[in-house]
Design a protein around this ligand. Structure first.
Ligand code: SAM
Length: 233
């Protein structure tokens, strides 16, 4: 069973992880999500987790000491652990990474705040043989903290686990999972439901034809058209 551990100074920020598909999946024992408060590792009165940056500059940097203690505390012996350090300077998250993460045993998310986490945390765990370290960004913008980014990655990853989605066929023809020419990933074709007419707009006739071959052809060409349009934007 895939186990997600999230470390944050705002554990309550992560409460949506109990809801919807993820909540049900945890109740069914399909995955485990544990949330840890980084401040539990502090020893001073003010529960400090940050300090001024070496070299000067604005803002505060999160201490490697508390991060190291927090990660060590939830490290199970023996198995390989994937440590995801959320950072806007990381590799951009995509569906292929979600597929890769869905095959892991335990993933620890380090949710940064302030100017981020002391760079030695990643360096240290990269040197540990039971750790794989991934510095991951969810997009080219800067958030206030890594909590939302961790939730994005968990939601995309967890729905790929067996049993989490009611109908696994839904995963087959999704955006970023449909292979086009030269292994390029396509986005999904447009979807419609009843009524067939709405505010003067009609559902494409082919979808009402019952001809599955023609429907598949139309969907494929729409997926290609939408993907091309995105590339041109
Ligand atoms: N000083 C950092 C920089 O310029 O790269 C930005 C720090 S940001 C204000 C604080 C924290 O938010 C980061 O440590 C990271 O955990 C999280 N964060 C912000 N933007 C993110 C993004 N695009 N993807 C993933 N995490 C992000």
């Amino acid at each position: 069973m895939l186990r997600f551990d999230l470390i944050s100074i705002f554990p309550e920020y992560l409460s949506p992880l109990k809801l919807s598909l993820l909540g049900k999946a945890q109740n069914k024992g399909l995955l485990q999500i544990n949330i840890h408060d980084l401040r539990d590792q502090t020893t001073d009165l003010h529960q400090s987790v940050d300090d001024t940056p070496y070299g000067g500059g604005a803002g505060m940097v999160m201490s490697p000491v508390v991060w190291g203690d927090a990660i060590d505390e939830i490290t199970s012996n023996g198995q390989v652990i994937d440590l995801i350090i959320l950072t806007p300077a990381g590799k951009k998250f995509n569906q292929q990474m979600a597929v890769k993460f869905s095959k892991c045993d335990q993933i620890i998310f380090a949710c940064g705040r302030y100017e981020g986490i002391d760079a030695r945390v990643g360096d240290y765990y990269r040197s540990q043989k039971n750790f794989r370290v991934h510095e991951v960004s969810i997009g080219d913008y800067v958030l206030g903290g890594g909590e939302v980014a961790a939730m994005v990655i968990i939601e995309a990853t967890a729905r790929l686990l067996p049993g989490v989605i009611g109908n696994p066929d839904s995963l087959r023809e999704e955006s970023h999972s449909i292979s086009g020419q030269d292994d390029q990933q396509l986005v999904e074709y447009p979807n419609y439901t009843k009524p067939a007419q709405w505010r003067g707009l009609e559902v494409p006739q082919v979808l009402l034809s019952g001809n599955h071959g023609e429907i598949a052809k139309w969907r494929r060409s729409e997926a290609e058209r939408r993907t091309r349009n995105l590339e041109q934007e």
